[in-house]
Ligand binder design. Structure first.
Ligand SMILES: [Fe+2]
Length: 142
């Protein structure tokens, strides 16, 4: 069980750092790209150059997360509750399976939808000849 707890602590650190980078740096920049292109808001300065590098790091971190989850699945023999263990172990394993599912969806959405869209937005924003409202102005309130 100690191996599982150590792996879980590593997973928690990995996910915490990953989510913090996304929520504090990458996603606000992507939102600023969208706002620039839709309503002409001035483009926020990127804290990391172009998006490709941090997005590549995010994908690498997804791989690291999958490796940690695979190690946990292996260490627990497929999340099988050891004989004589408390019901809370079974609950912990059910939670891990749910987390594994959610993180797979998180990764899929990012790599198939969000990241390609963000790269496209950045390319359009950098190539756009204007830095103001598009003409005619777009209605983004409705
Ligand atoms: Fe992510």
């Amino acid at each position: 069980m100690q191996a599982m707890l150590d792996l879980f602590a590593a997973l928690e650190r990995e996910l915490g750092a990953h989510m913090t980078k996304e929520e504090a740096v990458i996603f606000p920049y992507v939102v600023s790209l969208e706002a620039h292109l839709l309503i002409g808001r001035s483009l926020a300065r990127s804290p990391f150059g172009v998006l490709e590098r941090p997005l590549r790091i995010m994908v690498e971190e997804q791989c690291q997360t999958r490796l940690l989850l695979a190690a946990m699945r292996g260490a627990s023999k497929g999340y099988r509750r050891p004989p004589g263990s408390s019901p809370s172990v079974a609950e912990f394993y059910r939670g891990l399976e749910a987390l594994e599912h959610d993180l797979a969806e998180h990764g899929r959405l990012e790599t198939e939808c969000l990241f390609p869209r963000a790269l496209e937005l950045e390319q359009r924003a950098q190539g756009s000849p204007h830095r103001g409202l598009p003409s005619p102005p777009l209605d983004v309130t409705g």
